[in-house]
Design a protein around this ligand. Sequence first.
Ligand SMILES: [Zn+2]
Length: 335
Amino acid sequence: MSEDRPEGPPEDRPEAPPLALHPTGSTERAGLTRPSGPTGPTDAHATDAHAAALAHALLAAERGYPVFPLTRNKLPALRSPHRGHPEVPPCRGECGRLGHGVHDASTDPLTIRRMFAAAPWATGYGLACGRPPHHLIGIDLDTKHGADGLTALRFLAEQHGFPIPPTITVLTPSGGRHLWLTGPPSPVITNSAGRLAPGIDIRGAGGYLVGPGSLTVHGHYTLAPDTPQRPAPVPDALLALLTAPPPSTRREPPPGVPPQPAAALVSFVRASPAGQRNARLFWAACRADESGLGQELAARLTEAARHTGLSAQEARATIASATRHRQEGGKRGNP
Ligand SMILES: [Zn+2]
């Protein structure tokens, strides 16, 4: 994501001290569940973080997810054996050495231990998406920079009539969440950022998700409370959206006032369940504002919000805050 500063290659980092691994003990204290012990993001805990990441990675592998070690910046921890001499075509591990990023991902415990031993600075792990048996699709819902990926996904779900199934959910340190879904072997789902909506990134074939139990510079990735044991299959209508041609080749919205999106925004607010009323209103007001419909829709959005039980005063305050937020965001977005 854009917040992450790329770090230098591993050879630019100070040599990490030799690491005592705990090949049998560590798997017991951390599973594919919420980590039980706090391991703060300090160097003093680096060894613990490494052991915890390895333990979580091994457990994920046991459940069929191919994994590989990550740095604190969520980058592949093993350096490429081809650095400075890029292969044409690019090597994806055919040379038999490690250091090919997501292509290193494995479910073999010995290979995983070997990778972590070669990268003692690793404090996290990635799960390769798109690979059998799960053909994992990661729905990365952002909450940074004014995006609200979860509300955006709810809007898409209502517009296109698909459920958001209960599924494995990982909470990110920045307040976002990753939904894990299983896909079919084909069509292949590829990575995309913001294609479905701002705040929704897709991790597919060739991409990876930071696994729960990983420690990054921003903090821990953890499983959401009461997360199911297995990922749910991707809903058909969502799969159709994911495999649709990219937006540039789709029809452009008609010039002038697009009546359908406006109506959809209003009904999205009108259908808000308790607990989502302000988030949905705020999100819809931001979208209306983006489309130049802010003033025009303010009264209809207020009315829709009142229908859900918000007072006119609360609704107007939320809409005003969305307008302010958009104005401030616009300034920040132009450095
Ligand atoms: Zn190679």
